[in-house]
Design a protein around this ligand. Sequence first.
Ligand SMILES: NC(=O)c1ccc[n+]([C@@H]2O[C@H](COP(=O)([O-])OP(=O)(O)OC[C@H]3O[C@@H](n4cnc5c(N)ncnc54)[C@H](OP(=O)(O)O)[C@@H]3O)[C@@H](O)[C@H]2O)c1
Length: 295
Amino acid sequence: MAIEKVTVVGGSGTAGSAVVSALLASPFQLTILARASSTSKLPGGARIIKVADSHPLDELVAAFTGQDAVVSTLGVLATDVQKRIIDAAAQAGIKRFIPSEFGLNLRNARTLARIPAMASKGEIIDHLKAQETKGLSWTGIATGAFFDWGLENGWLRVDLKNRSVQILNDGTAKFSTSILPRVGESVVQVLKHEAETRNRYIYTQSFNVSQQDIVKSLEAVSGQKWAVDFLDEETFIKDNATQGDADDMKRIENVVFAQAVLDCDFEKEGLSNDVLGLQAHSLDAEIEKILNSAA
Ligand SMILES: NC(=O)c1ccc[n+]([C@@H]2O[C@H](COP(=O)([O-])OP(=O)(O)OC[C@H]3O[C@@H](n4cnc5c(N)ncnc54)[C@H](OP(=O)(O)O)[C@@H]3O)[C@@H](O)[C@H]2O)c1
């Protein structure tokens, strides 16, 4: 029987909100599982189940029983919680588990070497593979950098206010990137294409662009010249080596940015956009929306 009932864990976060919006607009019956102490605002229209903050296995199994799929959008640091959620999903007879990936190409050796913290996502995939014999299937979805989110908060090194951009190397490397609605759509389409996405890592995108393409689009849409500062990749990576202090999270985010624009061309890996019926978005149209909302 096809998937009908879907539970999202972590539905209040950046990725989670996009996934929840897309599922609410889909035919799937949505439940959001939240921790008891959470004060995050969750959207109306979904059934909400709260579990104790320690995520006890029995509460999770009870929450997942009768569901068909579980989507995790937990933050990267919640690895142990995610493993317990996977164990509970297997025990409850869940058919498909979508782990909290939604990012870089974690099969890229340079990305793994430069961001050791990403190994936790690999541990989650290994944990899922170990449950396959129990009947739990899984799909890891790589979407590349969240384009709209990354432009609006400056993570993609575009300063919308001062019209300036920082580019790594010459800025011609192509990379896959997704607007947040594409993250949600990717989840919905994976759940509708169970057979094609079973026990695999898949790649989706809104578009495949270079940092220079983004500058061109910013200039064309705004009708103004933008200042460009070129950064050397090796110096940038060296300057952002972790130092065991409170700024390490910021340094890791900077290296994640570098890997998102340098080693994230999913067209080289094989995109699932066509199989999932996901049309390309327009870079200019997305830039126009972002510039208008920042004005
Ligand atoms: N590609 C990109 O550009 C990009 C950007 C950002 C994130 N991501 C990826 O998206 C995924 C989700 O990250 P995010 O930034 O969306 O996360 P987030 O905004 O930090 O939200 C995390 C969600 O998980 C819940 N949560 C956090 N820690 C938890 C814990 N210990 N136990 C239970 N629930 C917990 C939070 O619930 P509460 O509301 O209760 O706190 C919230 O709903 C990650 O895999 C991340 O790598 C990708």
